[in-house]
Structures are given as C-alpha cells and as structure tokens.
Design a protein around this ligand. Structure first.
Ligand code: SF4
Length: 181
C-alpha cells in the first residue's frame, strides 16, 4: 500500500491518540516525572542571559560541576519564563570544544592562523592603534576618523564605561554598538 507523506503523518497522529486514550497514558505526568528526574540532585542558580541587552532572567541547574539545564526564569520581570532561541541555547556556550579561547593571528597575505599569547596580541593591537592614530590625526579637530569602536551586548556597564572612556581618550567619536549595526 502506498502512502503520501501527509497520509503517513495523519495515521501516525491518530495511532498515538488512540494508544494514549486506550492505555490512559498521562502525558502531563510523564513530562513532570522526566523533568524531576532530569534535575534530580542538581543545584539551581538564578542568572542572566548574556547574549543581548534584553537581560532575560534564566535558571540554570548544575550537577557535579556540569550544566544540566537552562530555562527562563518565570519570576523575572523582563521575560517571565520565556527565552528566545539564543537564550534557550545558552548551555551550548559552556564546554563547547569549538569555542576559541586563545588569540589567533594571521599574518598579512597569509592563509593560516597561528596561536599567539595574550601579551603578544595586546602588544600588536596597541602598536597598530598608535600607528593608525599617528598617521591619520587631524589637528584641526584634534581627532582621528580612522579608528572606531564596536561594542557588544556581551559587555557589562563597567566595561562599556571603560571602553567609551578609551575611545574618547584616543580621539575618536566613532563609538558604536552591535545592536545598532
Ligand atoms: S534570551 Fe534572547 S532576548 Fe533574552 S537576553 Fe537572551 S538573547 Fe536577549
């Protein structure tokens, strides 16, 4: 017998409905039990999603140092238990083996990235900023148009304050934020 995809789906749904009715299967109870088992012995911590300036409240559950669950905080006034897809995927940030944790450098014209130390990276950036500032300085306005700063929702208030001070101090008015780009 041939089935179209739509017929197959209809049949599957009807079968599940008949089985759950006939067997008196309580899906709500099963879900609640699964939830309890999943969080058994886990410690609950309130936290804040770090992805954007929405600042949604999250509850994270940790067992033996491992993050086992992330969900929206129903008591948080911003999101009242909801999370957008980014926030819901928050757990993937921790322990992600593809996360880059060391500075990478690709030489001009080069194809390959090489790992460098934080000291070397900071030194290179500082020298480049000085070079660009010196070669593009506009005495008439006492500023440079060649350097800008792009902030991020990952920054907290104090970091934003310091970065704004920094970009003003080196003589640029170009202080932007990812959310406006
Ligand atoms: S859950 Fe989504 S909307 Fe809320 S802070 Fe995180 S990224 Fe922003």
């Amino acid at each position: 017998m041939d089935f179209s995809r739509r017929q197959f789906l209809k049949l599957s749904v009807s079968t599940v409905a008949v089985l759950s009715t006939g067997l008196h299967f309580d899906t709500g109870k099963a879900k609640a039990t699964g939830y309890t088992l999943k969080l058994h012995d886990a410690t609950e911590y309130p936290s804040i999603c770090h992805f954007c300036s929405g600042g949604c409240g999250v509850i994270v559950h940790v067992r033996e140092g491992n993050l086992v669950n992330v969900e929206g905080d129903p008591d948080h006034p911003t999101n009242k238990g909801t999370l957008c897809p980014k926030g819901a995927a928050l757990g993937q940030v921790r322990g992600n083996t593809r996360r880059i944790t060391k500075p990478l450098y690709r030489a001009p014209g080069g194809k390959d990235w090489q790992e460098i130390s934080w000291e070397t990276a900071v030194d290179k950036i500082a020298r480049k900023i000085k070079e660009v500032r010196d070669t593009t300085w506009l005495p008439a306005t006492n500023s440079t148009n060649a350097i800008g700063l792009l902030g991020s929702a990952e920054l907290d208030n104090e970091e934003c304050y310091l970065m704004t001070k920094f970009i003003r101090t080196i003589g640029s008015n170009y202080n932007e934020h990812q959310a406006r780009v």
